[in-house]
Design a protein around this ligand. Structure first.
Ligand code: PLP
Length: 402
């Protein structure tokens, strides 16, 4: 059966994939070309340098994989670690859970600090665990910067301070899938060793391009592990294969041309706006969303303002209300895609993604739609209350810093 036609634009407010700017879509409309041609490096070589800027890195090395963020998790782990290596991490949402699951399944010894969903990584606990590890058995600390399932941002600068305070040599791996390109990310300053991103969130592209920025320290660890027979297996995600070809502008296998052209245009969009402006815009839109939630008399999943994410807000519905019903109704009736509650919070939250290419009026559309859907589904909030609160905040807080 043909899909129902829904006139007008779909209002896409899941926290990824995000809206693709028209000019980025047009940039991806390219004929196929020879990815081994003499012309190809003119496209690719600047991409490696420019992509580093959204990571806040000059020292790092970028690898671009035809993959999603999940593949890049695997790339970070398998290029640096050996079977049975100990890694330290915290679980506080579905994505931190899935990364832990992957680490266990590929043969790592994962030390998990359980944190309440709605909170994030605890630098003090991380420091204590590292101090106790006097033999330096922990080889890496893994942290999800922005837990997309709960709308929580962890403080990576504080995690770095904790590692340094413990005087521990562990590598620092950060999942920046829903932060890089939207929230301040300071790879070099925070001495992040592997920073992981996917194309479909802050980079405003379709899914399919996995991006990792790797520190010189992690590259060295990876080289050092090369001769070991207990090294975690990796072939498709091997950095060494890319390192042989990337400097000349080529890849060890066929890259997605449209995504590379799209990346070039998306980076141009980010740089034209200015990264500091991009971060500021996300903060203002995040805060406007939180003002709306407060006006509805509801709570966010983030348990304290210090955890608030500026790319996604998870809104907790009262006991007896099914958030999944609100999400379905918003889509069917108002052509509005809200984010679902995942795993532990399924049915208990719905999420408004405010990440990527959006502005005041697009956000207000989502808030209006959420308000209508909630009321239609029996969750009575004062009509217009969220829109008014967000609009008032937005009128007083311009998106552009300058
Ligand atoms: N990490 C975070 C924080 C995410 O939000 C996601 C997906 O939403 C992933 C990892 C997995 O990325 P992908 O779906 O691109 O494999």
């Amino acid at each position: 059966m043909a899909a129902t036609r829904r006139p007008g634009r779909n209002h896409l407010f899941v926290p990824g994939p995000t809206n693709i700017p028209d000019r980025v879509q047009r940039a991806m409309l390219v004929p196929s070309e020879d990815h081994r041609s003499v012309d190809f490096p003119a496209l690719t070589k600047p991409l490696f340098e420019d992509t580093k800027k959204v990571y806040g890195s000059t020292d790092g090395t970028i690898f671009l994989f035809p993959a999603s963020g999940t593949g890049i998790w695997e790339s970070a782990l398998t290029n640096t670690l050996c079977r049975g290596d100990k890694v330290l991490t915290a679980r506080f949402g579905q994505f931190s859970h899935l990364w832990i699951d992957m680490a266990q399944r590929i043969g790592l010894d994962v030390v998990v600090q359980e944190e309440a969903w709605g909170t994030g990584a605890d630098p003090q606990k991380i420091e204590e665990a590292l101090r106790a590890d006097t033999n330096h058995e922990i080889k890496a600390v893994m942290v999800v910067h922005n837990e997309t399932a709960t709308g929580v941002t962890s403080d990576i600068g504080a995690v770095r301070k904790a590692i340094d305070a413990a005087g521990h040599p562990a590598l620092l791996f950060v999942d920046g899938v829903s932060s890089i390109g939207s929230l301040p990310f300071r790879m070099d300053e925070w001495k992040v060793d592997c920073a992981i991103a996917g194309s479909q969130k802050g980079l405003m592209l379709p899914a399919g391009l996995g991006v990792i920025c790797v520190s010189p320290k992690a590259l060295k660890v990876s080289e050092g592990a090369a001769g070991r027979n207990d090294r975690l297996a990796h072939v498709y995600f091997a950095w060494e294969d890319h390192r042989k070809q990337n400097p000349a502008g080529y890849f060890p296998y066929t890259p997605s041309l449209p995504l590379l052209y799209g990346l070039r245009e998306a980076l141009a969009c980010l740089f034209e706006e200015g990264l500091e402006n991009v971060y500021h815009r996300h903060h203002v839109l995040g805060e406007a969303t939180r003002q709306a939630v407060a006006a509805w008399g509801l709570k966010t999943c983030a348990k304290d303002p210090k955890w608030n994410s500026d790319t996604v807000t998870a809104i907790v519905v009262p006991e007896g209300v099914d958030a999944a019903q609100i999400i379905k109704h918003a889509f069917v009736r108002y052509n509005l895609a809200l984010g679902a509650g995942l795993s532990q919070v399924a049915g208990k939250v719905f999420r408004i993604g405010h990440v990527g290419d959006l502005n005041e009026l697009s956000l207000l559309g989502a808030i209006a739609g959420a308000e209508m859907a909630m009321n239609d589904c029996g969750l009575k909030v004062t009509p217009g209350s969220g829109v008014a609160a967000a609009a008032n905040y937005l009128r007083e807080n311009p998106l552009n810093k300058n």
